[in-house]
Structures are given as structure tokens and as C-alpha cells.
Design a protein around this ligand. Sequence first.
Ligand SMILES: [Zn+2]
Length: 360
Amino acid sequence: MSDSSRESAPRSTTGPNRRSLLGAALGGCAGLLVLDLRTAAAAAMPRSSTIADTGAWGARAPKATIDVLGHAPSKIVVHHTATPNSTDYSRAHAFALARSVQDHHMDNNGWIDTGQHFTISRGGYATEGRHRSLAAVRDGSRHVVGAHTAGQNRLAVGIENEGTYNSVDPRDTQYTRLVELCARLCRRYGIEPHEIYGHRDFNATDCPGDRLHALLGQLRSDVAAEVGGDPTGVSWPLLRPDDEGEGVRILQYLLNEHGASLTADGIYGLATESAVGDFQRSTGAIVDGLAGNQTWNQAVRERGSGDRGPAVRAVQHRLGTTVDGIFGPNTETVVRSFQSASGISSDGVVRVRTWQALVG
Ligand SMILES: [Zn+2]
């Protein structure tokens, strides 16, 4: 599914391709082009954990400066390319795929560079997508703004898996590389295994396919087996018009955090329904006016000492402390107590697990 990120452009699906080993276009995750299957030579298994950087596969220079943020990403989003399930498992094929994706994203989508940070071929070769992604991982405290998941590009690392996984699973070699890459990212960035998602957990898309999406529970467990942490996937209550309560109030504050101006009265009335729809539209989610997984996944933000704004008010209101929108020492104290009482590591920072407990 083409992602309507900040640098989105008209979604043309065809057009001349400079490198042109490729055929017709598919309406895949990022509208990727079909790779030619001419060279189906089997290849040696790639060396574990190697990621070929943009120089290795002959990337074009980006069209504009790559935006690198001075903080680590907090989640990983898994995609499939929705291209054919190639039987060419060679490194040459992986590199050709990386070039074709970049061409498509730059020439057809109008993006500055490849949208995702990393790509894993069906042969199990990992390549860097957007420039500077690999250096950011090595640094451990920087994040390259990508273009892979609308609403999440400043927070999430995007991994594309070559193929289409609606009715078949990825190859074992490819899955193994995915586990390795996720484990590396989790270790390096301090990402929790439960913060591994599929593209459809945020946007209106089938990506990464039913089968790969169904594998994500296993992926979280396999990553947790390597890096530790809690692999249980994140899920949220479905709130709807006429619902009332603290969950609705938190939702209202979070919508305000993203630009709405609701009265946080805890009542899911027409204004809230309309604000949910607007938020869903702005984040590329399914627009239905109901607050379910996509809406919550898009809305919650990590909040800790020194942060300000409506999301902080949500925490304060819910925990019965002064609602001033400033995350100061008192707020941190009540957050720690709440975390202890909820069986969450009491670090005083409101991450997704604490949000889940607050929403109830
Ligand atoms: Zn996707």
C-alpha cells in the first residue's frame, strides 16, 4: 500500500524506469515494481547479520537532505513488498530489488529516497533502504525519518520483506533474517519486542499480508528470546459513539494532542466521533469513526519528565493529580505508583504498556 507520508506524491503506478530490468507495476505495499525472474540462480546463504549499505547496491543519491532525528525510534513496522515470490535467491537479485524499489519510490511516488529503512530479500539478503539508516542504527540514538507508514515515520523503523504473503509464509531464510534484524534493532535502540507491528496495525492496507501478519506473534517471541522483554502484542479496547468513561476521556486528550480541540468530558459524542474520523483520515487509517487498534496505535505517544501538552493531561486526569499538562515530579511519582500497582516496570515514563493500563 502506498503510504501517504509527508513526502507523498501522486500515486502513479507505471512509468519508464531508468534501470528497467522490471516489468509491470503492482499495487503493492509501496507500489513496487515486479522483478524479472530471468536469473533464478540459487545462491549461497548470506552471511548472518550483514546489511548491504546503499553504496554496496548502487543507490542513487537522495533528492533532498535526509531528515535524521536525535532520538531512537520506539517501534518496528513490518511490511511486504507485494511483488512476486521470486525464486531468485541471489545477492544480485536482492541488490536489483533495492534499486528497483528506490527508482519506484523516487520516480513514481516522488519521494526523496527509498521509503523504508531496510529490505530483506527472499534469499535472506538484507539491504539498507533510505540513506543513513545503517549509520543511525550503529549510532543507536538517531532515527532517519522514513516514508513507509503514514503517521509513524518519525517513530518507527520500516522493514520491507520481498514477496506477497497473503496466502503463503515467507521463506525460512527470509524469516530468520527478519528475526535477526529486529533483534539487532531492539538491542541497539532499546525497542521492546511488543513494539513490533505490521503495517496494517496503523494504516488502511493489507500489508504485510495475512500470513506474515499472523506470524508477528511468533516474531515478537523469537525476538524476545534473543533480547529479552515482553513479546505480548499490543491491543486496545474498541470504543464507539455513546461510550462513556475514562478510556473515552484519554482518547479525547490524545486527539487534542494531535490537533483536535475537544472537551475531555469522557463522552463519545458527535464531536469526538468527528475528531476520530479526522484523525484517521490524517494518519492513513481506516476511517470509520470508531476508536480501535489503529486509532490507539496512532494516537499514543511516549511521555515522561519535562513533557507538556494534552497527552500529559490525560495521564494526570486519569491518575487523579493536578491537571496542568506539565509532566513534573508529582506526575512522575503517581505514574511510578500506578506502574507498580499495574505490574509494569516503574520507570516513570508512560510508554505503550502504561497507556494500555491507563485506558483499561
Ligand atoms: Zn506496508
